[in-house]
Design a protein around this ligand. Structure first.
Ligand code: GSH
Length: 207
């Protein structure tokens, strides 16, 4: 199997974490691509050229949630993605994914040249993110034992990782202490540390 990715893509990060949990790390070749470049090999597989994309034989699969579900099935030892039928879990997962989407849009905007940034968009994304952070702060509790790695929790700490990396909410630890405590429980996991966004992998945002 081959997973096309960029090191700082949160969606690809989720797939890499689930692959690790599923025991498939050695079965997956990772190919780091350059987004928005004509040479991006993903374009020939999927016209939008987005990552992550997983190729396994004649299957080309996009969308992190589908890839993670596929890896769960392929590895046969995890169930990170909620099953259709378990609608409460699907609903919780969807909210976490929407939070990640909001953080991703926001982080992409702050990477643009200052004069190109939209104040409107920055404001909307911050409002959305802070509403979710307040909700999480009121509901998350630090796991008693090993923190569970489900698609929802992976989404949440990945979104928080992006938020921290791009310094989107500088006061997040003080304003949302329960979120900070919850997130700290995940930071120590080796696969979480190994896949964290890095300044070395940051490329300029090109059109
Ligand atoms: N809904 C998609 C989102 C994937 C996505 O937005 N990927 C970004 C990287 S984080 C991308 O490839 N963007 C293309 C671009 O920036 O040109 C998923 O869940 O996989």
């Amino acid at each position: 199997m081959k997973l096309y990715y960029t090191p700082n893509s949160p969606y690809a990060r989720m797939c890499r974490i689930v692959a690790d949990q599923a025991g498939l790390t050695d079965a997956i070749e990772l190919e780091w691509v350059t987004l928005r470049s004509k040479d991006n090999p993903v374009i020939s597989l999927s016209p939008l050229g987005r990552v992550p994309v997983l190729v396994d034989g004649d299957l080309t699969l996009a969308e992190a949630r589908h890839i993670c579900a596929y890896l769960d099935e392929k590895g046969g030892r995890t169930q990170t993605v909620a099953r259709y039928g378990d609608w409460q879990a699907v609903a919780a997962e969807t909210e976490a994914l929407a939070f990640l989407d909001a953080i991703t849009v926001w982080s992409r905007e702050v990477r643009r040249a200052k004069e190109d940034q939209s104040d409107f968009l920055l404001e909307v994304e911050e409002e959305q993110a802070r509403r979710e952070l307040a909700h999480l702060n009121a509901t998350l509790t630090v796991p008693a034992g090993a923190p569970p790695l489900t698609f929802r929790t992976i989404c949440l700490f990945t979104a928080l990782g992006m938020m921290r990396f791009y310094k989107l909410v500088p006061d997040w630890r003080e304003t949302y202490p329960a979120v900070a405590a919850w997130s700290a429980a995940y930071d120590t996991l080796p696969i979480v540390a190994a896949t964290a966004p890095s300044a070395d992998a940051l490329k300029p945002l090109t059109r």
